[in-house]
Design a protein around this ligand. Structure first.
Ligand SMILES: *Cc1c(COP(=O)(O)O)cnc(C)c1O
Length: 354
C-alpha cells in the first residue's frame, strides 16, 4: 500500500507525474525511443527544454523579455557558490534564517566581504528576522524564503535597494506572489518540482552584464544563458519530470489554486497542533511555513507511543531534523489533503489514548 509521504526531500510528487515520467523512460511520446537514449540536441528534447523554460516563467508571471530560466546541476548548494562567484564584487548581503542560509554565507565568504544583516540563530531559527537595515550597499541581498528544517517562511519580503536573490528550494511555486521583486531565484528540484539532479534558476537577463570576475564556464551564468541552458548535456530525466510537474500545476489552476490548497492543508494541521495539548508548534506563529510544519511532543516520553500510531497509519518520513527534534510534516504541492487528514486523525487518536 502506498504510504502517506511527509518526507522533506527528496519528496512526494504527483502520482500522475510519476507515471508519465516512468512511461517516458520506456518510450517518449510514441517516438519508439526512451527519453534516456535520445540526444539532448534532438528536436524532441529541445522542445522539452524550451517548454520547461517558458512554463516556469509563465507560472511565475514573469516576462521572457526580462527573465530567463536555466536548469543547472550541482543542487541548490552549487548556487550558494555560483551566486558569490558571479556577483559578489564588493559585498554580499545575507539574512541568516537557518542551516541553508548559513551554508550560503559560508560559501560567499570565499569570494569577498559578507554582511549578515540579521540572524535568528539566537532562538534556534524559529522565526524570520525582521528589524534590520541594509546600510552598506551590498551587490545583492540573499534570503532563504522557506527554511525547510525549521518550518519558517517569509510572508513579507525585505525592503532593499539592491537585487534580491532567493533560495526557494522548498517553496518554489507554492503560492502566487510578485516574483518580479526577485532578480534571481533558485530551487533544487527535489523538494517541490521533480527528482534530484537539476536546479531551476530564474534570473534577470540584465544580470549577465554584472558578472564581476573571470568565472569558469560551468559556473558562469552567462555561458549557460548563451547556450540556452544546453552548454553541456543537461539532466534530461530531471528536467522532463520538472516539466510534468509544472504542466500539472498549470492544468490545475496555476499558483493561485495551489496556494489556496496549500493554505487549507497547512491550516488544518496547525489548528490541530494548537488545539491538541499533546503537541506544541516549533516555528513562531507569524512565520509558519505552508510547506514544512514543525512540531514537538509536550513530553518526549510519549515518542514511542506516538510513533507506533504513525506507523500503523502508514505515515512515513515525518521525523524532525536532528537540529529541531520532534516532527516535521513536509506537505509540498503534490500532497493531497487526505494524507493530512490521516495525520490529524492520528494526533487526535493519540491524545485520547493517553
Ligand atoms: C534542501 C535544500 C537545499 C540543499 O539542496 P541540494 O540540492 O541538496 O544542494 C538548499 N536550500 C534549501 C532551502 C533546501 O531546502
Amino acid at each position: 500500500m502506498k504510504k502517506h509521504n511527509f518526507s522533506a526531500g527528496p519528496s512526494i510528487l504527483n502520482q500522475k507525474v510519476f507515471k508519465e515520467s516512468s512511461n517516458a523512460v520506456l518510450e517518449l511520446d510514441d517516438i519508439g525511443l526512451s527519453l534516456l537514449e535520445i540526444s539532448h540536441r534532438s528536436p524532441e528534447f529541445v522542445a522539452i527544454m524550451n517548454e520547461a523554460r517558458e512554463l516556469s516563467l509563465k507560472l511565475s508571471g514573469l516576462s521572457s523579455d526580462e527573465y530567463t530560466t536555466l536548469f543547472l546541476q550541482g543542487g541548490a548548494s552549487m548556487q550558494f557558490l555560483m551566486i558569490a562567484y558571479n556577483f559578489l564584487k564588493t559585498r554580499g548581503g545575507y539574512i541568516n534564517s537557518g542551516t541553508w542560509s548559513t551554508k550560503a554565507i559560508k560559501e560567499a565568504k570565499l569570494f569577498g566581504d559578507v554582511s549578515e544583516y540579521a540572524s535568528s540563530k539566537d532562538k534556534n531559527f524559529n522565526y524570520i528576522p525582521k528589524d534590520y537595515s541594509i546600510s552598506d550597499n551590498p551587490d545583492y541581498l540573499h534570503i532563504t524564503t522557506n527554511n525547510t528544517i525549521f518550518g519558517t517562511q517569509y510572508h513579507k519580503l525585505p525592503d532593499c535597494n539592491c537585487p534580491l536573490f532567493a533560495d526557494m528550494s522548498s517553496d518554489i511555486f507554492c503560492r502566487k506572489q510578485d516574483y518580479s521583486k526577485f532578480s534571481l531565484i533558485y530551487a533544487g528540484a527535489q523538494k517541490n518540482l521533480g527528482p534530484a539532479g537539476t536546479t531551476m534558476v530564474i534570473i534577470k537577463e540584465s544580470l549577465m552584464n554584472k558578472i564581476c570576475r573571470e568565472v569558469p564556464s560551468m559556473l558562469n551564468y552567462k555561458v549557460h544563458f548563451e547556450k540556452d541552458s544546453m552548454f553541456n548535456t543537461p539532466p534530461v530525466f530531471a528536467i522532463y519530470t520538472c516539466l510534468l510537474s509544472m504542466r500539472w500545476l498549470k492544468n490545475n489552476g496555476g499558483l493561485a489554486e495551489i496556494e489556496k490548497k496549500n493554505i487549507s492543508k497547512s491550516s488544518l494541521l496547525y489548528d490541530e497542533i494548537d488545539n491538541n495539548e499533546m503537541f506544541t508548534g516549533f516555528a513562531s506563529k507569524d512565520d509558519r511555513s505552508i510547506m514544512n510544519v514543525t512540531f514537538n511532543l509536550i513530553d518526549e516520553k510519549y515518542k514511542s507511543a506516538f510513533d507506533v500510531l504513525l506507523k500503523e497509519q502508514n505515515i512515513s518520513g515525518i521525523n524532525g531534523h536532528r537540529s529541531v527534534g520532534g516532527y516535521r510534516a513536509s506537505i509540498y504541492n503534490a500532497m493531497e489533503i487526505e494524507s493530512i487528514e490521516v495525520l490529524v486523525d492520528t494526533m487526535k487518536k493519540f491524545k485520547k489514548s493517553i
